[in-house]
Design a protein around this ligand. Structure first.
Ligand SMILES: [Zn+2]
Ligand SMILES: [Zn+2]
Length: 391
């Protein structure tokens, strides 16, 4: 294994499904053995060089990073914003470790190394400004504002042009509806924002020498002329060929009556079998309660999708001998071969509710009950802002 970048580090800036602002979906991805302090310190010497830092969605930005730098290396759950806005601290769920299945996942507090108490000694906004300016590319799953607002509002801080990648539909909407000279200045014509379309199932884009990125469409509710498209990014480390897949908002194939997700499960099942993909970052917005939240996932629909992935793994492994069985079949439940055993599934986009109990607690419980019922053996983690997951 190469020593210069061994593992992915996914940092959560925000992962809320709204309606609160400034903590909605935004993630940073970098090699685990290069710290944020190393990344920002090298800016001055290597101006224009491609930093190994990708942003996936931009629902949070300078505000969130500044606050996370300020929180530093706190292990106090009350300092974690998403835990502190609920009242159930006194319960068994007080520890934020409750939400992290660390079976094959390391968790760290990545922003302590750039704060005023660190050797870098930067004020929070100074540090977050430098982090934002170290981002080489933005991968945008879909143009909803809770995944994009940081790219717009933070743009006056950009010291260099930003490359933005996504589906052609997503790029078109960003061009026509955001940076159009009306809602916000036309930074595309000014050359500050460079849009790059990724054709699904065809293009593989190389990014900052470390990663190859592919993009696949998924359904995310109805619009006038059909299904609204969000997407998933498959990100592969060029040296190790290890991949992770990160989804934007989506709904189940069972509710969209499309086969976008099935196509993805079929595509990644060989990677799962080869142990080249052991992490899925995916949304689960609400608990199972009627009426279902439109265009999103619940524990039951997420588990149904993961059962479909398990079935594809069986079909590939046993050369389609199991193809006549439904994904819920006892054939899979009772098998000793469990392809998703110890797979990390990191859950994002939980919708906040005006209640005392954090909805993450209830979603986590439902997911793990179904995980047991179907003998999937998945390690579920509920994402929290301010944490990095080393994958
Ligand atoms: Zn969203
Ligand atoms: Zn959305």
């Amino acid at each position: 294994m190469p020593t210069n970048h061994k593992r992915f580090e996914l940092s959560i800036l925000g992962c809320s499904g709204g309606p609160i602002s400034s903590r909605t979906c935004a993630y940073l991805l970098k090699p685990a053995n290069i710290s944020y302090s190393e990344i920002i310190l090298s800016i001055a010497e290597e101006r224009g060089a491609r930093k190994p830092l990708l942003a996936i969605d931009a629902g949070a930005g300078l505000t969130a990073i500044s606050e996370l730098v300020l929180e530093g290396d706190s292990k106090n759950p009350k300092d974690n914003f998403i835990i502190s806005i609920y009242d159930d601290h006194q319960s068994q769920y007080e520890e934020f470790n409750f939400y992290q299945n660390t079976g094959n996942l390391e968790v760290s507090h990545p922003f302590a190394c750039v704060g005023s108490k660190s050797s870098v000694s930067l004020a929070p906004l100074e540090a977050s400004w430098k982090i934002i300016n170290s981002i080489t590319a933005y991968l945008i799953t879909h143009p909803h504002l809770d995944h994009l607002s940081g790219l717009v509002i933070n743009s006056p801080s950009f010291e260099d042009s930003k490359d933005v990648y996504g589906l052609p539909q997503t790029m078109n909407t960003i061009r026509s509806s955001l940076f159009n000279g009306h809602v916000w200045p036309d930074l595309i014509s000014e050359g500050l924002i460079n849009l790059h379309e990724i054709s699904p199932y065809i293009d593989e884009h190389s990014m900052c020498d470390f990663y190859n990125v592919e993009c696949f469409p998924v359904a995310h509710g109805d619009i006038q002329n059909g299904r609204f498209l969000s997407s998933a990014f498959l990100i592969t480390d060029k040296l190790t060929q290890d991949s992770i897949i990160i989804f934007g908002d989506l709904e189940s194939d069972y509710s969209s009556s499309k086969d976008y997700n099935r196509k993805i499960w079929e595509l990644i099942s060989p990677l799962v079998l080869k142990d080249k993909l052991n992490t899925i970052i995916i949304e689960c917005s609400t608990i199972d309660k009627p009426p279902p939240l439109y265009g999103h996932m619940t524990p039951t629909s997420l588990i149904r999708e993961l059962l479909a992935l398990r079935k594809y793994c069986f079909d590939k492994k046993f050369l389609q001998k199991t193809i006549s069985h439904s994904a819920e079949s006892v054939v899979y439940i009772q098998s000793e071969f469990q392809p998703l055993k110890a797979m990390n599934v990191i859950v994002t986009h939980v919708k906040e509710v005006p209640a005392a109990v954090n909805p993450r607690t209830l979603i986590f419980r439902q997911l793990n009950d179904l995980n047991c019922k179907y003998a999937l053996g998945i390690n579920f983690t509920i994402a929290l802002p301010g944490l990095s997951y080393i994958l």
